[in-house]
Design a protein around this ligand. Sequence first.
Ligand code: FAD
Length: 392
Amino acid sequence: MKVQTLIIGAGAAGMMCAAHAGAGVLVVDHARAAGEKIRISGGGRCNFTNLHCAPDNFISQNRHFAKSALGRYTQWDFISLVDAHGIAWHEKTLGQLFCDTSAKDIITMLRAEMDRAGAQLWLQTKVESIRHDGVDFVVSLMRQDRAVTVTARNLVMASGGKSIPKMGATGLAYQVAADFGLRVVMPRPGLVPLTFADERFKPLAGVAAPARVTAGNTSFNEALLFTHRGLSGPAVLQASSYWHEGEAIGIDLIPGTDLLTRLQQHRSNDPRKALTTIMSLYLPGRLVDYLAEGFALTGTMADQSDVRLTAICAALQDWQITPSGSEGYRTAEVTIGGIDTAALSSQTMAAKTCPGLYFIGECVDVTGWLGGFNFQWAWSSGWAAGQAIRQA
Ligand SMILES: Cc1cc2nc3c(=O)[nH]c(=O)nc-3n(C[C@H](O)[C@H](O)[C@H](O)COP(=O)(O)OP(=O)(O)OC[C@H]3O[C@@H](n4cnc5c(N)ncnc54)[C@H](O)[C@@H]3O)c2cc1C
């Protein structure tokens, strides 16, 4: 069978690309349904973009690479598409847009756009091998236990990253990149809970608090959640993308507060109150009990010298701890790293050294923050490749 364009992966980026790549498009996916990650995203409501989406919300070895695609197919373009399909949405927090009803609405919309463009979709189709015969890509597929060879002028890799293997993530795009001589930036899990081998936070499992979590030079002010195995919540998930094994993270448990001045005022106004009682004004009770042991939060306010209060503030507002690891690809929302952007055109997502080969979405070394940025990258990069193919 001969097609103009073969897209591998019917996820967010692949479906978007298929809707824009012109005639003769076939999309294949080994899963039983298209857009499985869209379906489970955002707690079933899909955080499909972010009002404040900008290149600074992405991690990549080349922080300029994403600018072109994000600038040409913006969050406003995707919102217009969602509106045109009559899908109701709302802003939850920090510019994050979610469907009012169900993430399935986004899948239905993308399938409709694919149908309108005349793209074919083959599900439960495995990729056996990929080669280039000098003119076309020759791809051997196993479609529902039948071998099929497809030749295609363009091959678009939209097979995502390595996160959540249970959902069919394979890392195929990295293998294809390597086979065609493209460098791959070492993939690692991102937006992932951090773990501590000694399970030190087990007694706090379920406790949440607003916090400022810092990894490397980047900080996030959002909720922190203690878990049986370590730390999670948006602030930690965000910071995890900047964390490398062996490094400490910094936690400010009472962000944006001049705690020393406040504690000195409490000492003057409530000298007989226990330090832990005062701390409970700022932190959940269970967390105060836990910290009281580790940080020796004892005595009344009158007992606390300025030196002691300064030490307490440092402990609570610049708490340095070193995770032993992360939950890994099993639960990571994204894969950081991927196809080196130096090998790709930022305008078209095409491989510079292999005409007709494109990489889009999560498999590229562009990773968004939590909050709808990763889908926006999938839409923008998928659109950029689709446009380029249609106009070629
Ligand atoms: C639990 C969870 C929640 C998330 N929530 C959000 C959110 O609310 N907002 C947000 O912006 N991002 C979210 N993300 C991230 C987002 O889902 C991804 O960044 C996005 O789906 C990437 O799109 P993609 O098309 O590149 O890859 P995917 O959507 O992963 O699609 C890849 C497709 O390729 C197929 N495939 C893989 N390997 C093969 C192979 N060997 N052969 C054939 N087919 C193959 C897969 O079956 C899949 O259909 C979430 C991720 C997870 C895991």
